[in-house]
Design a protein around this ligand. Sequence first.
Ligand code: ZN
Ligand code: ZN
Length: 226
Amino acid sequence: MLIVPHIPSDRERYEDNLWVKSKCYRFYVEQRRLHCNFLQIMDLWLLAPCCTECALSNPLTGNAIPDILPQSWECDLLLSVCQSVLGQTQTALRENPDFHYFCKTCGRELRPWVDSQIYVVSYHLEEHYGIPLETPPRKKPAIILREQIIGLYDNRCFGCNSEKERLDIDHILPKAAGGDAAFRNLQPLCRLCGARKGNQLPEEIEVYSTIYFGPYPSDGYEGLFW
Ligand SMILES: [Zn+2]
Ligand SMILES: [Zn+2]
């Protein structure tokens, strides 16, 4: 039997792309629920391990010293990432002595606790999935974007978490202060919370997501969440 490879049509590719992006948006909203209140803009960074060759051929990390060295990997991991990631790695290693990371770029196995040195690269979730971080000329979100945002927040006000028939799309950094209609600057608020917030300026919160442990999914589906 002849097996014909499936070549996705433009339409399928477009839909896949939307699917990946909607997962990305959901991840963003989840992280925001965990880390922020309605007066905080989240600057979300993803961290991933990277082998020496890939790190040196990437202009962002070229010529840098490795983040994690074999002889001091526990201390390095704590310094370059965070306590919870170190804890996760120690647990994984106890359960499976063969545990390893994978290079984000080439997929090579990395075990800094044995022999290799690795870099930790950080990047914006939106950048990686091609979602604009800013929309310079536009201050008012399109109607479809407003509906999508309310849906992503499960029809709940981000201030008081109550489900409301009527939710307004709030600019976290107010329009008057230069806030634009990029996804990261918009949230649904009920009238009361909107009034409570007024024109207060937000605080920016940097959030580093956990280091990526599994084989890196280039842009595949399952791998988007870790
Ligand atoms: Zn690599
Ligand atoms: Zn509210």
